[in-house]
Design a protein around this ligand. Structure first.
Ligand SMILES: Cc1cc2nc3c(=O)[nH]c(=O)nc-3n(C[C@H](O)[C@H](O)[C@H](O)COP(=O)(O)OP(=O)(O)OC[C@H]3O[C@@H](n4cnc5c(N)ncnc54)[C@H](O)[C@@H]3O)c2cc1C
Length: 423
């Protein structure tokens, strides 16, 4: 393997933009599909793009057994939420991510943070660097398509003395940590890594899907969507909101849950790092049913002394309840991920790309059928934009998209549009 062409060729690119950011000759760009293309006339064949690419390796070295690898190190664990009503209302879970970021920026512990705003259609996701003054509510909530981290890498390389808060899913945290520790002028200690639990990230076609879902019956087009909103009596864990210029229409979250298997990134089939084991502090939804209600709350795992200090510094702003880590792990159904090790070895047998390099596993044959089915679904999602109508019908016939929900959504959109016209 020489460069990240290998990643795209095997469809394990996550569109995280790390290769764009680190390429010393800036020879990499995204194409329309958000896949990297290399300008071979300037590429110096240094292989760095491949060395740090989370598409072809997990970069997690902690632990030797599958259980250690998936669970990671733990100092303490909690469920809890922000004490700030605005943060909580705008958050996807319990607002602890925003509370940590803004609290630590306010205290002057860090100079900048990163976050993603994009919930607009036809705009590429980008993680942006911001300071406390630039914060707004659009920087909250979860974007389930992978944002590009290229601007973040440019920024930290240009500002090595600045201290920052890096938030990301496990694959990106591990790759960024590896990159930072490889650079002589960057100090790992300058960064706090907030890890998001992650079941999988989705490809951009899901945005097109929801655009089409509502866009065909209207004079005005939808402008954006929230994967999860607590608005309009949606409450945690939140429904989907399609946004028009003057109104929002809510779609039940079940429409997203069932479609994930089509639109997830192939690389996520091989991931063992749901819990973000390389972060300083990792966060997810609180699915434990303890101290949980319709306003939403987080599961919180402190993994390093730096994470412990960070949470300690904002402890007067949040409500926390200690809870054994094993209960959080169980609530996230982490053991369901064990089979991803087998899938990754099937992938290795075909491609010689060993994503979970340091873990061996037994006979993979009983997982082949399931792996094939998963790939088939992923291919449907990948090809969705070529024949959207056909695939929509397929999803409906498979029972993965609800015809009644669609009809109700269209009616609601028409009604809202007419009300708007008459005002
Ligand atoms: C792809 C993905 C999959 C996830 N899967 C799970 C899961 O299976 N189980 C679970 O419990 N939790 C999962 N989460 C985490 C969960 O959705 C929340 O992000 C987390 O609980 C923090 O909530 P909060 O209310 O504290 O965050 P908020 O206060 O709402 O703030 C969210 C923060 O995350 C940042 N952000 C949003 N999207 C991204 C992104 N794609 N990459 C990097 N930063 C981002 C925002 O800029 C903001 O800083 C996932 C998140 C993502 C992005």
């Amino acid at each position: 393997m020489n460069n990240i062409n290998e990643t795209t060729k095997n469809n394990v690119c996550l569109s995280c933009g790390i290769c764009l950011g680190i390429c010393p000759t800036q020879s990499i760009k995204f194409d329309k599909e958000l896949k990297p293309i290399i300008d071979s006339s300037t590429c110096s064949s240094c292989r760095q793009c491949l060395e740090f690419c989370p598409g072809v390796q997990s970069n997690v070295t902690y632990g030797k057994t599958l259980e250690e690898r998936t669970n990671g190190p733990v100092i303490s664990s909690f469920v809890g939420r922000s004490g700030n009503r605005e943060y909580l209302k705008n958050s996807v879970s319990g607002g602890i991510a925003t509370e940590l970021i803004n609290g630590l920026l306010e205290l002057g512990k860090y100079d900048f943070a990163i976050g993603v705003k994009n919930r607009k259609f036809n705009q590429n996701n980008k993680m942006q660097v911001y300071t406390l003054e630039d914060f707004d509510a659009e920087l909250q909530k979860s974007v389930y398509t992978m944002p590009s981290f290229s601007d973040v890498i440019f920024y930290i390389n240009n500002n090595p003395q600045k201290k920052g808060i890096i938030i990301a899913s496990g694959c990106v945290i591990s790759a960024l940590k590896k990159y930072i520790s490889s650079k002589k002028n960057l100090l790992q200690d300058n960064y706090l890594f907030i890890g998001l639990f992650c079941d999988c990230s989705l490809n951009k076609n899901i945005e097109n899907y929801f655009y089409n879902y509502s866009g065909k019956h209207l004079k005005s087009n939808p402008v954006g969507f929230d994967f999860r909103t607590k608005d309009k009596q949606s409450y945690w864990p939140g429904n989907i909101a399609i946004k028009f210029t003057d109104f929002n229409v809510i779609i039940p979250r079940e429409e997203r849950y069932k479609l994930v298997k089509y639109f997830k990134n192939k690389r996520c089939l091989f991931c063992l790092d749901h819990m973000n084991v390389n972060s300083d502090i990792s966060l997810g939804d609180n699915y434990t049913n303890l101290h949980s209600d319709k306003l939403g709350s987080n599961s919180i795992v402190v993994r390093t002394d730096k994470g412990k200090e960070a949470l300690g510094l904002i402890s007067d702003r949040v409500k926390l309840y200690p809870l054994e880590y094993s209960r959080i792990v169980d609530s996230q159904k982490v053991s369901n991920k064990y089979k991803n090790l087998y899938f990754s070895k099937i992938f290795y047998n075909k491609t010689k790309i060993d994503i979970n390099k340091n873990i061996v596993c037994q006979d993979v044959s009983e997982y082949r059928k399931e792996y094939k089915l998963m790939l088939k679904n992923i291919n449907s999602g990948k090809n969705y934009c070529r024949f959207p109508g056909l695939y929509e019908l397929f999803f409906i016939l498979k029972g993965d998209s609800n015809i009644k929900t669609r009809i109700n959504t269209h009616k609601e959109i028409q009604k809202m549009g007419e009300n708007n016209d008459s005002n």
